[in-house]
Structure formats: C-alpha cells, structure tokens
Design a protein around this ligand. Structure first.
Ligand code: F6P
Length: 321
C-alpha cells in the first residue's frame, strides 16, 4: 500500500548539515506527493507529541544553517518500554506511517527498535560529528567540525610558536578519535591522544625533551575528550618536563556553524535516498556514501565503527614531527 505520510526527526548531538538533511527529506517527500510531519526534540518529541506539519517553506533558507530546526535531544524515556509505547501512540494518532531518523549510533539503535520490534518502517541518516558509523565514509557534520577545530588550532599555533610553548588542545570525541586524528594531521600537530589506542606519557615527554634539546620548543598535542582531559595532560607534561605548558578545550564550538559544502551535499543526497527507500517499502536500513556511491546497510550493522586510518595517521604524525 502506498504511503501517505512521512515523519522526520533529529536525535542525539546535533551536527552541521542536519538542516540540509531535513530540507532534502521534506522536499523530496513533498515532490513525491507525501505529507511530512516534523517531530521536535528527537524521540522525546514522539513521546511528548510535539509534531509539526512541514511544507516547502518550512525548510527555506536552512541549507546553510548549523544546528537543527527540529531541535534534538538524548531521550532516556525512549529507552523504556513505556516511552516506546507512547511514541508509537503518537505515530498512530498523527498517521505517520514511516520515519527518517537523523542521528548517531544511539539514534540508530532507537530506529532499529522501531523497525524491528514495532514494525514501523524506519531509515537512518548518519548525523554526527564523530564519524563513527558503518556504511558511510563520512557522517553528516564531521567535515565541518574538523574545519571548525582546525580554524581555532591554526590560531593557537600562532601564539604557541611566538611564545615557544607546549599546547594541549582537547577536541570532541568521547569514544571516537576521528576529529582528533584529522585535526592533528591537518594542523601539523606533534602528537595525538585518542580513545582507541593506549598512550605513553613517558614516551611523549622523552620526545618533547629530545626535541627541546634540538631547539624545537613549541609543540601542539591534540587530545580527544574521551581519551584524557587536556588539563591533566598539560599538568603532567609540565611536571615531567618542567616546560611551560597551556591547555585549551575547544568544546561545543565544534558542533555549530555553517556546514561546509561536503556536509550539505552528503546530507542532501542521503535525504533523497531515505525517502526513496521508504517509498519502495524498505525499513531498518541506514544510508551513507561509500567511495562516492550511495550505500545502504542494515541498521543493525551500521552502529559503531572504528576509523580505518588510525594507524596510518599515527605513523604519519610521528614521521612528520
Ligand atoms: O554528538 C557527538 C558528541 O559531540 C561527541 O563528540 C561528544 O562526546 C558528545 O557529543 C557531547 O555530548 P553533549 O553535548 O551531550 O555533552
């Protein structure tokens, strides 16, 4: 039976490009004669029945905006049976037959439950700055986040170099060292600390002291937030080397701002693909782009991926130090 109404929500941490994805889902759906409901605040909005009607104009002038017009949240309630039942009741009440979920691994798990446990046709779109999902080379937002962090780190380099200091810079990534590795290579940092690999303070400090003897006085060390805290790393280096050290936590600036072209284009391609799949009766899938081509995987296989380039990047950073 042909579907009449589609719902779209953003969930988990926002990322630049989510608005471009919403726009694509909304306009492709409308072009195919579907009605579109926007669900506010992710899964929580399904529980609280925060549903809005979306039309062409609702998504005008958002392709270039960071954040998400639908707002987003991490819903604890949706993890409970009762929360899910309430969400289901909202879908039924508003005649929302199929759903597009834009978010990271937690959001994908919710989408998988809706699809498998409750038979709601659901497609996931990878929206997270962490770039840690399977089935896609990049997630929506990760490119912009890396560029935002780089912009700040370039500025830190100016002062680090001028004042001959060691800087420890903390970037986002609780379980994922993606941003840390990208910016470490892109900014020409001397070292990087990521959650996926063990880290040796003795070796780091030996390298700093050896470099110091050869006249290399300024260092930039990138830390992913889940691996260590910049303050602790900076303090330990200061104690172990006696050299002047400062730390910076870049924090949530990395989640905001105008999405770069790669994120907008990815989001737009994937939004269209999600609508197409739902119209063909598909469910429980995540869409992505692998080696330039649109790619579809089961949601069960899309959650959590370790970056393929960790060891290559670590080696590169060592080599270029
Ligand atoms: O969305 C992913 C992410 O930005 C991670 O990189 C980070 O660890 C986490 O979200 C921070 O979440 P919150 O904004 O809830 O503190």
């Amino acid at each position: 039976m042909a579907i009449k109404k589609i719902g779209v929500l953003t969930s988990g941490g926002d990322g630049p490009g989510m608005n471009a994805a919403i726009r694509s889902v909304v306009r492709c759906s409308l072009s195919n004669g579907l009605e579109v409901s926007g669900i506010m605040r992710g899964y929580q909005g399904l529980i609280d029945e925060e549903i809005i009607r979306l039309n062409h104009r609702s998504v005008s002038n958002i392709i270039n905006r960071g954040g998400t017009i639908l707002k987003t949240a991490r819903s604890k309630e949706f993890k409970t049976e009762e929360g899910q039942k309430q969400a289901l009741a909202t879908l039924k009440k508003h005649s929302i037959e199929v759903l597009v979920v834009i978010g990271g691994d937690g959001s994908y798990r919710g989408a998988q439950e809706l699809s498998e446990k409750y038979n709601i046709p659901t497609i996931g779109l990878p929206g997270t700055i962490d770039n840690d999902l399977c089935g896609t080379d990049q997630t929506i937002g990760c490119n912009t986040a890396v560029n935002t962090a780089l912009e700040s780190i370039d500025k830190i380099r100016d002062t680090a170099h001028s004042m001959e200091r060691i800087f420890v810079i903390e970037v986002m990534g609780n379980h994922s060292g993606y941003i840390a590795l990208e910016v470490a290579v892109g900014a020409g940092a001397e070292d990087v600390i990521i959650p996926e690999r063990p880290f040796d303070y003795d070796l780091l400090c030996q390298n700093i002291l050896r470099g110091n003897k050869l006249g290399k006085i300024s260092w930039m060390i990138i830390v992913a937030e889940g691996a260590a805290k910049a303050y602790d790393v900076s303090d330990t280096i200061k104690k172990m080397t006696g050299l002047e050290t400062r730390f910076v936590v870049l924090g949530h600036v990395q989640r905001g701002g105008t999405p770069v072209s790669a994120d907008r284009i990815l989001a737009t391609r994937l939004g269209a693909q999600a609508v197409d799949l739902l119209m063909k009766g598909e469910s429980g899938k995540a869409v992505g782009v692998l080696q330039g081509e649109v790619n579809v995987v089961d949601l069960s296989r899309a959650c959590k991926r370790e970056n393929d380039h960790i060891d290559e990047y670590l080696e590169l950073i060592k080599l270029l130090r």
